[in-house]
Ligand binder design. Sequence first.
Ligand code: SF4
Ligand code: SF4
Length: 229
Amino acid sequence: MITSTSKSFETVLENLKGENKLFLVGCGDCATICKTGDEDTVKAMKAKLEENGKTVTGWIVVTPACNVGKLRKEFKAVKQQIDDSDSILVMSCGLCVAAVIDAVEQVKPVHPGTDTGFGGETIRFGQFTERCSMCGECILEDTGGICPVTMCSKGLLNGPCGGYKNGKCEVDPELDCGWMMIYERLGKLNKLDKMEPLRKPKNFAKWKRPRKLVLTDEQKFGKKKTTNE
Ligand code: SF4
Ligand code: SF4
């Protein structure tokens, strides 16, 4: 789940300066859950833009709008509306903005309508929390399933900094100390020995951007492709 929050309408309008005809893209997945790119929000944006003198040539909500293949397929039905627009406003996360740029045939400005947040765990409807920073080298096995990279404000790997007070973090007293949480959980699991080994610094080479993941045919299809198949 990628979280996003809507940019203010004033910011959107400022970014669209000089462009009068717009095509809108929403996302039926994460941005629908976050209420930034669902059908109702896209329609409300259309109405607001029109009240402010813009022409909306069309709109679409794609599920999910971060899938280039899906976008290409669905853009075929609205090609003329995209052709007629000066630019595209994507009411979803930055992944969807990139995917729209890659999927759209026409070279035209593509604007972000939201601020992208984080990969989040859904606690309940409308409530999300960051639990993993997607570092590419997971150490949850040793930390009771609680991520110190994310849950400790300093991202410490070898226990608490000593600044915690009453179980709270010295950086933000509103937050529980991530390392206290790890300690308590390992204690409950009877695995406090996991605290002992000194962890090496993380391999930040695995965190360099942009990252890619390309599955082999064997991973994708469960068997090796052979030439006479
Ligand atoms: S160590 Fe933390 S940030 Fe890295 S992959 Fe595991 S949960 Fe995510
Ligand atoms: S108090 Fe706890 S969570 Fe805060 S920085 Fe120190 S170890 Fe990390």
